[in-house]
Design a protein around this ligand. Structure first.
Ligand code: PBG
Length: 309
């Protein structure tokens, strides 16, 4: 009876797998604070993509982790056609073609030596407009490398419009934009810093949102839609279900939510101690995100959950 009357269902096609690929390693490296999640080699990333397809997962979101020595102030490897993210995009596209929606995180923090999502001005502050020029270049190289969808995640003002223009001018009219529209400055990103080997000192409060504020999210939403976002995202997911519900109510474009690294780590850690039932907690967390209004969910459990479904 409960199954029949359930208002919310999860389906493998709702799920997107975030995945990390690291340059210069010969075997995958498990992320300490994210047991079961790995920095992939080029080969194991291809395998993970094939497994995701076989499980029915809809998409994969790729993050590149370059060698430390290649990071610089401008995040140059982020726009190098042979940078790790572009190499991985080409690998995955060649391996799975159009069987998986291939998405790329469009941000500089994985590639800069200071770990910020943009380039810095003389005072060490993130320079919004100079960063937009870098994002325009990134959009083009990621699309050239085979991304079906680019996902600007740096929270610079104007990023969606600049990326749309750059894609159109480069002949990539068919490449879509999944905008990280609502992105809070969150402690729950902690394990992600390890996952991408980020060297960030300080915080992102000058460009990510204050957890105390809700209305600002609707303003971010209006701007991204006006600039041409095809899909919008709310991030983190679990602690921001109220925001997710507001966003889903306000728009007619698909809405994604990102169950981030800290959300993953909390459930895994509590389960490891025998304090909660892991599988039930995972399903409940995803059902809650779906119920709040997400059409798609980015989750590190995507392949595992898709198999169960
Ligand atoms: C930016 C980016 C971040 C995450 C996804 N894209 C870090 C940040 O915004 O500070 C976090 C994802 C997670 O914690 O799982 N490149």
């Amino acid at each position: 009876m409960r199954r029949m009357v359930a208002e919310t269902r999860l389906h493998p096609a709702d799920l997107i797998l975030p995945a990390f690929v690291r340059e210069g390693i010969s075997a995958p490296v498990e992320i300490g604070a994210m047991p079961g999640v790995f920095q992939h080699t080029r080969d194991t990333l291809k395998k993970a993509a094939v497994e995701a397809v076989e499980a029915g997962v809809a998409g994969i979101m790729l993050f590149g982790v370059p060698e430390d020595a290649k990071k610089d102030g401008a995040g140059t490897v982020g726009t190098d056609a042979d940078g790790i993210l572009q190499v991985a995009l080409r690998d995955v596209r060649a391996e799975v073609g159009d069987d998986l929606i291939i998405m790329s995180d469009l941000c500089l923090d994985e590639f800069t030596d200071h770990g910020h999502c943009g380039v810095l001005d003389a005072e060490g502050r993130v320079d919004n407009d100079a960063t937009l020029e870098r994002y325009a270049e990134m959009a083009q190289v990621q699309a050239d490398a085979g991304a079906h969808v680019v996902a600007p995640s740096g929270m610079m003002d104007g990023q969606v419009g600049v990326v749309r223009d750059a894609l159109d001018q480069a002949g990539h009219e068919d490449v879509s934009i999944l905008a990280y529209t609502v992105k809070y400055s969150s402690a729950f990103y902690g394990p992600f810093r390890e996952a991408v080997g980020s060297s960030l000192k300080g915080d992102r409060k000058t460009y990510q949102q204050d957890p105390a504020n809700a209305r600002e999210s609707l303003r971010e939403l209006a701007l991204d839609l006006e600039e041409g976002a095809d899909m919008v995202m709310v991030k983190p997911a679990g602690p921001y279900l109220d925001i997710l519900a507001k966003v889903a109510d306000a728009v007619d474009v698909p809405v994604a939510a990102y169950q981030i690294s800290g959300e993953y780590a909390m459930i895994e850690a509590a389960a490891e101690r025998g304090w909660i039932d892991r599988d039930k907690a995972i399903m409940e967390s995803l059902t809650g995100i779906r119920r709040a209004g997400a059409n798609m969910i980015l989750t590190y459990w995507a392949t595992e959950v898709a198999r169960q479904l």
